[in-house]
Design a binder for this molecule. Structure first.
Ligand SMILES: C[S@@+](CC[C@H](N)C(=O)[O-])C[C@H]1O[C@@H](n2cnc3c(N)ncnc32)[C@H](O)[C@@H]1O
Length: 442
């Protein structure tokens, strides 16, 4: 089974749904211990993401063919059947007989002849009757089913953004994502790096929303000499909009309160000459990632790290900063395209709990910021509870802070409201993101 892409996909999917594991981490772990060819690795990855992205649709297709007595099939068997239907329906290059034979064999090897017979019978039945058309209305139920997004989230998107925008967001999150990189402009230029990567066969194009971003449709961008030499880092385009919002000067003293794995820390460092950046994270093991990234990108001597709960930072750090970034822990709903399982892991009460933590971290930053210093708050989600409402509550409590317009490129003018930047996954095909900036008046 170790070298069977379909069996490995089912193992990854079982871990995701049983242990609430992240799909990208499980895929990487399993691929590292397998001898799959590149094509089979791509197939395995495609099945894992596809089944998670289309979970409700696949369950809907499967339901009529599971007899009553079989309705409570084990999780792995359910996922094996969904993977098979996903391949039959969504992947056009795989012959149906290969899907049927392989899936039957996997079930037989794992649980004996009975399981193999069940899989074979269900899939033959599905083939005989064909794909069941999905209901087409705009009801919350149908939108939830068609896009495989829990109903509470569909409700939330409609309540906050209106139906048209909610449909646009839902329609975009199950499409394949791009990879983007941020160019380390202290080591190379965007044009030079583009040329080098193009020559290596990466199909690279400039980002429309960040002047230091390049987009790549596919390819292993961590396995190049240029990556090892720190000429670029892998980062979503939306994340590249945060460091510019801090308006950093070459001698700024910057605090990055929630910094791991350090994507934004190294971006901040790229603006500094005599300045420094102190990078905190609550998890000690994650601060190593920040240091490693800093070293690789050539900023090891201006980044220092600390394993600190940012909510307690005001009592632990006895210094002040010119700039503070709170890239806060959040629900990550803006990442649903790249981490499709998030939609199933999150619960409505998470948003309120996360809002509380975000406000506690912001509160702790207030006295660490110099007068006239700037504070930036960002999240990779687009729900109001973790964004605009946090900003409002923070300003209501701290009258010595003003909201100031987020510095941004002209292409993003349409994404600014009351000076705050909010990007939906459907707007520029990036992660969803939010950025707000404040100044301390006194
Ligand atoms: C959105 S991620 C930060 C991403 C990072 N800024 C980057 O660009 O690579 C949020 C981080 O906050 C950390 N975190 C969560 N709660 C925290 C707390 N109370 N204090 C400090 N860090 C915290 C998490 O471990 C996580 O690494």
């Amino acid at each position: 089974m170790k070298n069977n892409p379909r069996a490995l996909a089912v193992i990854a999917l079982t871990r995701v749904f049983q242990n609430k594991a992240y799909s990208n981490i499980e895929i990487n772990n399993l691929l590292q211990n397998s001898d799959l060819s590149d094509a089979d690795s791509r197939l395995m990855t495609n099945i894992v993401y596809g089944v998670i992205q289309h979970k409700y649709v696949l369950e809907y297709q499967l339901k009529p063919y599971l007899q009553d007595k079989d309705k409570k099939v084990e999780l792995w068997l359910d996922l094996l059947l969904m993977s098979a239907i996903y391949q039959l329906q969504f992947l056009d290059k795989i012959p149906a007989h290969a899907v049927l034979n392989e899936s039957t064999e996997i079930a037989k090897q794992k649980a004996g002849r009975g399981a193999g017979n069940l899989v074979n019978a269900v899939l033959r039945n599905y083939q005989r009757h064909g794909y069941k058309e999905l209901p087409k209305s705009d009801s919350v139920y149908d939108l939830s089913l068609r896009n495989s997004v829990p109903r509470w989230l569909v409700d939330l998107f409609i309540d906050q953004q209106g139906k048209a925008k909610a449909k646009e967001i839902l329609g975009s999150i199950n499409q394949p994502s791009h990879i983007s990189i941020r160019v380390n402009t202290n080591k190379t230029t965007v044009a030079d790096l583009k040329e080098i990567l193009d020559k290596k066969g990466f199909d690279v194009s400039p980002s429309k929303i960040s002047s230091v971003g390049l987009i790549c449709k596919s390819g292993n961008l961590v396995d190049t000499q240029e990556f090892r030499d720190g000429l670029y880092t892998i980062q979503d385009e939306s994340s590249m909009l945060v460091a510019p919002a801090l308006d950093i000067k070459p001698d700024s003293k910057v605090l990055d309160a929630c910094s791991a794995p350090g994507g934004k820390t190294t971006h901040i460092a790229s603006y500094l000459k005599d300045g420094e950046v102190v990078a905190l994270d609550i998890h000690k093991h994650k601060t190593k990632l920040v240091r490693d990234n800093g070293q690789r990108m050539g900023y090891g001597d201006i980044i220092s790290t600390g394993a600190v709960d940012a909510r307690k930072a005001k009592d632990l750090l006895n210094t002040k900063f010119d700039r503070i970034l709170v890239d806060a822990p959040c629900s990550g709903l803006g990442l649903m395209r790249r981490k499709p399982e998030l939609r199933f892991f999150r619960k409505p009460e998470d948003l309120e709990n996360l809002q509380r933590v975000q406000l506690e971290i912001l509160d702790s930053m207030v006295d660490l910021l110099e007068v006239n210093g700037k504070l930036v708050f960002s999240t990779c989600t687009f729900d109001d509870e973790e964004n605009e409402i946090v900003v409002k509550k923070f300003l209501d409590k701290h009258l010595n802070f003003d909201l100031i317009p987020v510095k941004h490129e002209p292409a993003l003018d349409g994404s600014i409201t009351h000076g705050m930047l909010k990007i939906f996954p459907s707007d520029y095909f990036t992660d969803g993101f939010f950025v707000a900036a404040f100044v301390r008046k006194n």
